[in-house]
Design a protein around this ligand. Sequence first.
Ligand code: ACO
Length: 336
Amino acid sequence: MISPITRGCRLRRSRIAALGSYLPEKILSNADLEAMVDTSDAWITERTGIKERRIAGEGQATSDLAYEASRVALARAGIDAADIEMIIVATITGDMPFPSTACFLQNKLGAVRAVGFDINATCSGFLYALYIADGLIRANVHDKILVVGAEVLSKVTDWQDRSTCVLFGDGAGAAVVEATYEDRGLLSISINSDGSMWELINIPGGGSRNPVSPETIRERMHYIRMKGNETFKVAVRTLEDVALKMLADNGLASSQISLLIPHQANLRIIQATAERLNLPMEKVFVNLERYGNTSAASIPIALDEAVRSGRVREGDYLLLEAFGGGLTWAAALMKW
Ligand code: ACO
């Protein structure tokens, strides 16, 4: 049945009806890392804010984490998996090069009516997926879409490289996104990319550029490589710009934002953005001390925790923002 784009003078838009998240049980602390590479709890805490991260079990793949987060989101939304029309999984650590992790997830959920596909936009992936879902809902193509960010980064982390292995963790977050005619939901979303800076963060081996070979394995090319300090500077500048533009485009002052939900990569990046936006840290949601950088999963996990801990009330304006390899970056404005 085709539903209208407006109801009375109310516009059709998308809203997050419910969220779910899942973090694997195993905790890897900074003290554990001290025994693995030449690092210290003091360095990691001071330079990143991270104290511990979760690590998926031996047999756990990304769709397993995505499934746990998704079934919680569906239960909280009171929706049967068979009512979901589309599944979009944002990930850079899919179960296999193909089929898509979304297809594995569809099968596990029994979402028999859904069409599923993955998108790769690194840490901005969840907001990219939300952008697609929002567009399809506004255009009246779909009513209910499951948007998931899920990663098992521990399997592409070089545990001999202290400059990256202290940063990442595993996890998944899922959102049931549906059509609404109420005066709330996703107000605005912006996604961006700049491929000229692809060298800042990548996994060089294992694709068609450098197919798996004894040499790519010897050179450890199947693991994440990052020029951390250069990435840091670009991230700070880009996140400030995209957040300020989102507010200006929507005629909102930062004082009207109840909570900033940033991608959880580095506490110093988050603090710099908050400062530029003139937001006190009480208005910024931070959980990276417990989970590290979970890439595409970080925003839905943070939003889920913010909602469950009572930090989000109906009518609140929320600002979400992310930055990652590609380069990619994104921001979204929601009225809860
Ligand atoms: N323990 C101890 N020392 C370390 C460690 C470590 N774990 N890692 C690096 N160092 C050393 C370096 O070797 C260097 O030593 P040197 O001065 O003798 O050469 C020194 O610490 C400073 O290194 P920097 O890289 O300049 O440190 P910086 O302050 O930039 O912090 C970090 C590094 C945490 C990686 C930071 O740059 C960062 O967070 N960057 C942005 C990450 C990000 O946002 N990525 C995007 C998303 S990820 C994705 O898309 C998949």
